[in-house]
Design a protein around this ligand. Structure first.
Ligand code: RUQ
Ligand code: CUA
Length: 684
């Protein structure tokens, strides 16, 4: 395989082969390697020690991998690669009822209606002084433009905000060094109707004149993390791909890669690959904020949802926002510049010192590194080469620090180790390449399997990388694991970067398609992890805090069941008086005040999901029985030795019957004290 790739490189080097052709060649090389068993090249014998986390011991780091098209975030322990949790964000999750139960359904509301899915690409940890602080994780929804916030005390999604004037929120979300702003750029430009708001109706032939991109400036509350769309910058109608914030000297700047500066609207594979250089856009976010504050912003109508989870009720509410402010770069001198960057660039990564901006040009044969101080000088000297829509374009040589020669094929992303080295993924030549940021010399190459997209070094996008490990996320899995039919898991690989040479440690399967990831030392997150919700702080309006208060009430065609659960019974567990044609809402409060004792609730025929209620919380399930009968309900989580006994019945009579509402917790059979948890009960 190495030989093959070598040949490939010689063929493609310098000639600027179209990506389709190169990847075609590459796929051939994949099937080549299918013939042999898994390739263990680069793996030495005692790597097991480096990743072994003994039973009962904890991992050194958390890592948060995006799930791509599953709309979720997966949490893995590093170095073991153990999957710790799946956090549903944009997707309904039957496992715990997220997006199904009444409390979380509003989280998935958008101006397009209820959208229970998205393509989640880039997790970014919140920051303090340029370092990940372990409080929140921000993620983007690429399809129906949204930004979400996960609270890392509960590992729950607590806020989702739709982004207006955007289509494909890929270039997102990028926090500045103290979360002053989260920046979110649109991937696709769309025709904007500044008078009526939102997307206008336009002929595709008018692309060049009417289509615009947008970059959203989302303010983050310092203490609570709540987001608010402050304003947008409306930018030329390119495709905006990825972004990253500066640090140190470049801390006031954020950089965005663009492609399709050709403004092609069809067959973009070719149309958007014509220009020898596209742009890296540089925006001074502080200056933009100043312009917006000083009245340079215009206002236009908008229509977008902002959904927030309340801490006390544990219920989400949606607010519909009707206005958005925007800045036009041509009216804001000094706010935005364009750096010419070869060639359909993807990732933009800023080194820990904040001086070097690395642009990963998918089709480029070199890896250009731009210099922030040269950029400052170029602004002073007006070293421009024309302008686009009033935005100055720098002369390439005036801002270029240098180029990494023959880095590999198909560079996509770069991260840093804090020792002056950079690591870049090469999609086409399937390798991670280590190079020195100062002298731009390639130092090492590690073949990876296969076709890496993003890579992540814990803290590798901050001013002080944690270093030590690198996780590379591969797009193609092929023969790495036992085959599971046509659909395979994706594969991440863990690489030790503590020495001069990279050392391959571990393959681990990932869910759906991870794009970016974030890693953080466990001690920045674990101590703040909530064990359970305090019942006396539960302000859910339908919560019942003791069994005596449980009730069943009818209001017209609606029947409301306010129920409690505790090991190992529900109150009430016998319910009568429901009729076909009624809508029943179960509000179930878990009375437990102990760690790791959720109760589930499911009722036969429920067409949505179960709910999984954490101790001290209330969740509500809507159920519309279709036929008369006596329906069992039960707890879905094996919570005690008598979990199988945790069940009840609800009687549904024909429409118009005269069975009155009646409920009880029966002649209770004696219930053992709540000590029957899995650890003490020997329930197997
Ligand atoms: S992008 S590799 Cu969102 Cu690179 Cu996926
Ligand atoms: Cu409660 Cu099983």
């Amino acid at each position: 395989m190495r030989e093959l790739l070598g040949n490939l490189k010689t063929i493609a080097a310098g000639v600027g082969l179209p990506l389709a052709l190169i990847s075609g060649l590459f796929l051939q090389s994949c099937s080549e390697s299918n013939r042999s068993t898994a390739n263990t090249e680069g793996v030495d014998e005692d790597v097991a020690k480096a990743v072994y986390v003994a039973p009962g011991k904890h991992d050194e780091l958390y890592s948060f991998l995006s799930g791509g098209f599953n709309g979720q975030v997966s949490v893995y322990g590093i170095p073991s690669g153990r999957l710790l949790k799946v956090i549903p964000v944009f997707s309904q999750f039957p496992e715990n009822g997220y997006g199904y139960n009444e409390e979380t359904r509003p989280m998935l509301m958008t101006s397009h209606g209820f959208v229970p899915w998205d393509d989640l690409h880039h997790p970014k940890l919140s920051r303090a002084e340029g370092m990940a602080d372990g409080r929140w994780l921000f993620v983007n929804g690429n399809n129906t433009p949204r930004v979400a916030r996960v609270d890392l005390t509960t590992f729950e999604t607590v806020e989702i905000m739709e982004i207006p004037n955007s289509a494909g929120n890929h270039c997102s979300p990028y926090p500045t060094n103290n979360n002053e702003y989260i920046l979110a750029g649109t991937r696709f430009s769309v025709p904007l109707d500044l008078a009526k708001g939102g997307m206008g109706d336009a002929s595709l032939e008018e692309y060049k004149d009417k289509f615009r991109g947008s970059i959203s400036f989302i303010k983050v509350d310092k203490d609570k993390g709540d987001m608010e769309l402050d304003f947008q910058v409306l930018v030329p109608g390119f495709d905006y791909d990825l972004a990253n914030g500066g640090k140190g000297p470049s801390g006031d700047w954020v950089f965005f890669t663009t492609y399709n500066t050709e403004k092609a609207r069809t067959m973009k594979e070719l149309g958007a690959s014509q220009n020898d250089k596209d742009y890296l856009a540089a925006i001074n976010w502080k200056l933009a904020a100043k312009y917006a504050a000083e009245g340079k912003a215009h206002e236009m109508p908008a229509n977008y949802y902002h959904n927030k989870m309340d801490h006390g009720t544990h219920k989400a509410t949606s607010t519909i926002k009707k206005k958005v402010r925007y800045l036009l770069p041509e009216e804001c001198p000094g706010m935005m510049y364009l750096l010419p960057a070869p060639k359909s660039p993807h990732g933009i990564d800023v080194d820990p010192t904040g001086e070097y901006m690395v642009v990963n040009g998918k089709l480029a044969s070199t890896l250009p590194v731009f210099s922030f101080s040269k950029m400052q000088k170029a602004i002073e000297d007006k070293a421009f080469d024309g302008e686009v829509n009033g935005i100055p374009v720098f002369k390439y040589d005036a801002v270029l620090y240098g180029e990494v020669k023959e880095p590999g094929l198909g560079p996509l992303h770069t991260e840093f180790d804090g020792k002056g080295n950079a690591y870049s993924t090469m999609f086409v030549s399937s390798e991670v390449v280590k190079w020195n940021v100062k002298d731009l010399k390639v130092l090492d190459r590690m073949p990876v399997y296969y076709s890496p997209g993003h890579l992540m070094i814990p803290g590798g996008d901050t001013k002080e990388p944690y270093g030590k490990y690198l996780v590379v996320m591969n797009k193609i899995t092929k023969d790495r694991y036992l085959p599971t039919g046509p659909e395979l898991v994706h594969s991440a690989q863990l690489i030790d970067i503590s020495g001069d040479k990279m050392r391959m440690l571990l393959d681990f399967p990932t869910l759906a398609e991870p794009h970016y990831a974030q890693g953080i030392p466990a001690d920045k997150v674990a101590p703040n992890s909530v064990k359970f919700f305090k019942l006396d702080q539960n302000t859910h309006p339908e919560a019942v805090k003791k069994e005596a208060d449980a009730s069943v009430t009818r209001q017209g065609k609606n029947v409301k069941v306010n129920m409690t659960s505790i090991r190992s019974h529900f109150v009430p567990d016998n319910i009568e008086g429901v009729q076909v044609g009624d809508t029943v809402i179960f509000h179930v409060t878990n009375l437990e005040q102990d760690w790791d004792v959720p109760h589930g609730f499911a009722v036969m025929g429920a067409d949505n999901a179960e709910t999984l209620i954490m101790p001290g919380a209330t969740q509500s399930l809507r159920w519309v029985p279709k036929q008369a009968g006596v329906y069992p309900f039960y707890c879905t989580d094996f919570c005690s030795a008598l979990h199988q006994e945790m069940q009840g019945y609800i009687r549904v009579s024909p429409k118009g019957s005269n069975v009155p509402i009646k409920f009880s917790s029966g002649e209770k059979k004696s219930v053992p004290p709540p000590n029957g948890g899995p650890s003490s009960a020997g329930m197997n």
